[in-house]
Design a protein around this ligand. Structure first.
Ligand code: KG4
Ligand code: ZN
Length: 414
């Protein structure tokens, strides 16, 4: 892993050598800060992946009550909470800022006003305490979290499903992500959030505190006929691994309108078959994700890019969904992959994943800076550094879809 012999000159060789030896033989601590969306998170992890302290302030209820995230409100809440969250995490760990080796912070992608709070505060802490800064890519951090909980070697395949993203990528090393599939419109979490809102599930007390995705999962678990609504699997005729859920979301909205009209549902009311519709929707999203993942696996086989031990990591907020995980497990069993899904609290946004990504960079001595002014936030950015999407499309792989018929039974949602 360490290519010391490649470093130029004896002086720099000794310098880096000493630094790296110190890094490998003493306890390393990274503090991570996350504020890319609506969670203010902080954690301290060591080089073995032990979480020494963590704190999280979630804005979920406020945004649920507002019917979605309003960026200035999210920013105000991050501003109000960040200091307390950082001190709580340190208190929790019985550590001081001076004890950590560096501070990692999400700088991209995300809501600009939210990213700004964490990034500015991290720069301030680094200046005050003379610490290096490690800028982190939020989606890369979601992908690498799995390596903190299980020994997963590179390369591995990752499916990232969150509120803002849907990505399929081959992870070659800590910094090399080769994109196989990207999101063309609504990400899964976003589609679940909008559908749950339109179904007015929040008006049922049981669902009032749940994220849209969780509400759809719980509503689907109460279904009696998941086949009641016939929705079509998106992009079936496109021989790539891209994702699209806007069409399905529209089909669901039309079905809601039809039932509202047919049954004379009042403005605050819920359609009679909301649970079956939630199940039909979840089933189609799962089929879509499974098909794109299967083609990605077949492409990697054809190109011999995966190696002996094959792993699929699924992460991001929507990876909390047990039904989606069931579908992916079927695909993995058939294709000879291990499925790794981090614990739910590490799938949604948190400070731990940022601290761990910081640690992975720290251990290879890459992406660390003391030139704080050179660090900027970015609303959108590539997963990087290279995309294989065109090559994959050119291969035009026709797949014989792995059967997911067992998922269409009501029991599969419970
Ligand atoms: O990764 P995350 O915490 O934030 C982003 O980076 O977007 O993901 C949040 C998303 C929300 O859209 C939420 O509805 C979704 O994750 N989510 C779920 C579940 N729990 C949270 N989606 C499906 N099933 C769940 N159980
Ligand atoms: Zn996220």
């Amino acid at each position: 892993m360490l290519k010391i012999q490649k470093l130029p000159g004896l002086k720099s060789y000794n310098y880096f050598n000493k630094q790296l030896i110190r890094r490998f033989f003493s306890r390393q601590l990274i503090l991570g800060i996350e504020t890319s969306c609506d969670d203010t998170g902080c954690a301290i992890v060591d080089e073995k992946g032990n979480i020494l302290g963590e704190a999280l302030h979630s804005q979920q209820q406020i945004h649920l009550d507002n019917g979605g995230i309003i960026p200035p409100i999210a920013q105000d809440l991050h501003r109000k909470n960040i200091e307390k969250v950082v001190w709580d995490a340190l208190d929790n760990a019985a550590l001081r800022i001076d004890d950590v080796n560096a501070i990692a912070v999400t700088v991209k992608p995300g809501l600009p006003m939210s990213l700004e709070i964490g990034t500015k505060y991290s720069k301030y802490l680094c200046r005050q305490h003379n610490k290096p800064l490690i800028p982190i890519h939020h989606m890369q951090a979601h992908a690498l979290t799995a390596r903190m909980i299980k020994k997963i070697n590179f390369p591995f395949l990752v499916l990232l499903i969150s509120g803002g993203h849907c990505l399929l990528a081959l992870v070659k090393d800590v910094e090399t992500f080769l994109l196989l599939g990207d999101c063309q419109n609504d990400a899964p979490g976003e589609a679940f959030d909008k559908t749950a809102r339109r179904l007015k599930l929040k008006n049922i007390p049981e669902f009032s505190k749940m994220s849209g995705g969780q509400a759809i999962e719980v509503a689907a678990s109460k279904c009696t006929d998941p086949g009641r609504f016939q929705l079509s699997v998106p992009l079936q005729h496109y021989k790539d691994c891209n994702f699209s859920l806007a069409g399905t979301k529209t089909q669901v909205l039309r079905a809601i309108q039809r039932e509202e009209k047919q049954y004379g549902v009042p403005p605050d009311g819920i359609i009679p078959h909301a649970y079956d519709l939630s199940a039909s929707f979840l089933l189609i999203v799962t089929r879509h994700l499974c098909q794109r993942v299967q083609r990605g696996m077949e492409y990697l086989n054809r190109k011999d890019m995966m190696g002996e031990k094959k792993t699929l990591v699924v992460s991001g907020g929507a990876a909390c969904n047990n039904f989606i995980a069931k579908g992916l497990q079927i695909v993995c069993d058939e294709m000879g992959y291990d499925l790794v899904r981090p614990p739910k609290k590490l799938c949604t946004d948190n400070g731990v994943m940022i601290a761990w990504n910081g640690m992975e960079k720290w251990l290879i001595n890459s992406g660390i800076t003391t030139d704080y002014d050179s660090v900027f936030t970015e609303k959108r950015c590539d997963l990087g550094p290279r995309s294989l999407i065109d090559d994959l499309r050119n291969e035009a792989i026709s797949c014989k879809w792995i059967k997911l018929t067992q998922l269409a039974q009501p029991e599969a949602f419970r």
